[in-house]
Design a binder for this molecule. Structure first.
Ligand SMILES: [Zn+2]
Length: 233
């Protein structure tokens, strides 16, 4: 597998996978997920040729000729590489020396780009996520929050599960129960087909620990920050 431009940590990936499986939050997958990259690309290419043939597209045309292999490579290397836990980002942490558990200080990373695909139609989900956690013993590098979001976005998804997977994984890696993830996204399966609503967005929220307590100060603060921006101008 080729994608990520950053270091991956397959061992951490495997333990995140086991954790998500144990709490019923894993994306439904079969053992096929472990096939070689080249085998996957070849099989998807052949199957996409069939789809184009059935649609009546002339694959000998210059413009269409390379589409099956282009689509196959895009699936495996660009938009669905997050199915492969060998690509899970390395998440170095540092000791928290700022005093454990000061309940009001949380770390927030706002407006993280979310480019995913819906698992029901395989079309684009385009959105933003804001994530926060209250550090206990460990502090995560800020870019790790973006990378965890990106990893789970790069697989066929439903937004509710994506939001929960991100929150749960940050909680697991940073070893803190106090985590929140808010996501707002445009679903192209809503925009370009079906009901064809171009102006609606879907908002999801996963809150654990202190963020999950109704009326808690951190929850209110987090929601103010997260909802302070909108993806639709
Ligand atoms: Zn859909």
């Amino acid at each position: 597998m080729s994608h990520p431009s950053y270091k991956s940590d397959p061992d951490l990936g495997a333990s995140v996978r086991d954790h998500l499986q144990s709490i019923g939050l894993e994306t439904p997958m079969t053992k096929q997920v472990n096939l070689d990259e080249a085998v996957k690309i070849d099989a998807i290419k052949r199957n996409f040729e069939n789809i184009m043939d059935v649609l009546g597209l002339d694959r000998t045309d210059d413009s269409l000729m390379d589409t099956p292999s282009r689509v196959a490579k895009m699936y495996v290397r660009e938009i669905f590489w997050g199915l492969d836990y060998n690509q899970f980002p390395k998440c170095t942490t540092i000791q928290n020396k700022m005093g454990k558990n000061s309940p009001s200080s949380f770390v927030v990373e706002r407006n993280i780009n979310v480019q995913s695909n819906c698992e029901h139609h395989f079309v684009v989900i385009d959105g933003r996520a804001t994530v926060a956690y209250i550090p206990r013993g460990k502090i995560l590098g800020l870019s790790k929050l973006n990378r965890i979001v990106e990893f789970f976005a790069k697989r066929p998804q439903v937004q509710e599960r994506l939001t929960e997977q991100i929150a749960e994984t940050i909680s697991y890696v940073a070893e803190t129960p106090d985590v929140a993830c808010y996501m707002e996204a445009i679903h192209f399966c809503v925009k370009s087909r079906g009901i064809q609503d171009t102006g609606s967005t879907t908002c999801t929220l996963a809150v654990n620990g202190a963020f999950g307590e109704t009326n808690s100060e951190v929850r209110r603060e987090f929601l103010n920050i997260a909802r302070g921006t909108t993806i639709i101008q």
